[in-house]
Design a protein around this ligand. Structure first.
Ligand SMILES: Nc1ncnc2c1ncn2[C@@H]1O[C@H](COP(=O)(O)OP(=O)(O)OP(=O)(O)O)[C@@H](O)[C@H]1O
Ligand SMILES: Cc1ncsc1CCO
Ligand SMILES: [Mg+2]
Length: 263
């Protein structure tokens, strides 16, 4: 089993592609993280749009460059819009990303998440407890938070990617991104990122943005993780508590240049 460090040149290329195309990202996300998600996308170099009505989600997914489906606060009407968006994304050949928030904890939610996994997202991005649960190797974390280390979910991530054909990104102290054959590790960042709500959810949106701009989903997901980790490091040098870290994190996503993205 080989774990690779993504090449600086490929990460830089992915961020250059993002900044050059400023892709439109269609976000169907939870009620908690709408604003951080939009601000993360804007700062990093993408255009967010939260188009959530069942009547327009399918049409808009065909127009967008990438689509995010986040299971943080699912309810029947939102799920109907998500199904329409995924149908539109699949028909138009657009990459879409699944964030399986709190997988493993609640049977109804698990059934819904399974349904979306079977629809073949380009990337599944979750924390360690969520990826363990999706792979059938765990029973979920503490609500939306992980109780496992990402290294403990590495094999689960690989197995899930191999079974589904989706790229799987499992985040934590180290982020691992795998297509079941190749696996990248992205190190660094800062634990304070876990004290700001939505750093993971907005990272999933960033993965959708990179996938829209850069054709290789494995590299795109790795670049999104690398940008988030570098931004957290920059933010932590400027902030020693979560509120100011949040602001500094958004600022860093804006200021980091492609050539700084090497791991
Ligand atoms: N121990 C840690 N040290 C450094 N960075 C971390 C650590 N844990 C998580 N991160 C980083 O925090 C960000 C969010 O990842 P996390 O796994 O916490 O997502 P999540 O649980 O889905 O978050 P949320 O649901 O609150 O949006 C990622 O950039 C990840 O690399
Ligand atoms: C706190 C919370 N509850 C449902 S979704 C969410 C955001 C982090 O995933
Ligand atoms: Mg999450």
């Amino acid at each position: 089993m080989t774990i690779e460090t993504p090449s600086s040149a490929r990460l830089s290329c992915a961020l250059s592609d993002l900044r050059a195309t400023r892709p439109l990202v269609h976000c169907l996300t939870n009620e908690v993280v709408q604003e951080i998600t939009a601000n993360v996308l804007l700062a990093a170099g993408a255009s967010p749009a939260m188009v959530v009505a069942e009547e327009e989600a399918g049409t808009f997914a065909r127009i967008a460059g990438g689509i995010l489906v986040n299971m943080g606060t699912p309810f029947p009407e939102r799920l109907r819009a998500m199904r329409k968006a995924v149908e539109g994304a699949r028909e138009a050949g657009r990459p879409w990303v699944l964030d399986p928030v709190a997988a493993g904890g609640i049977p109804w939610r698990d059934g819904v998440i399974r349904e979306f996994v079977e629809l073949k997202p380009a990337v599944i991005r979750g924390n360690a407890s969520e990826i363990l649960a999706l792979a059938g190797a765990g029973t979920g974390g503490k609500g939306v938070d992980s109780t496992a280390d990402s290294s403990d979910a590495l094999e689960a991530a690989r197995a899930l990617a191999a079974r589904t054909g989706s790229v799987v990104a499992v985040t934590g102290a180290v982020d691992y991104v795998t297509d079941g054959t190749r696996t990248f590790a992205i190190t660094g960042g800062d634990p304070m990122a876990t004290l700001v709500v939505g750093t993971g959810c907005s990272l999933s949106a960033l993965v959708a943005a990179f996938c829209a701009a850069h054709p290789n989903a494995l590299e795109a997901a790795a670049a999104a993780c690398a940008l988030a980790k570098r931004a957290a490091e920059v933010a932590r040098r400027k902030a020693d508590a979560p509120g100011s870290f949040h602001v500094a994190y958004i600022d860093a996503l804006y200021t980091i240049r492609p050539e700084e993205l090497g791991a």
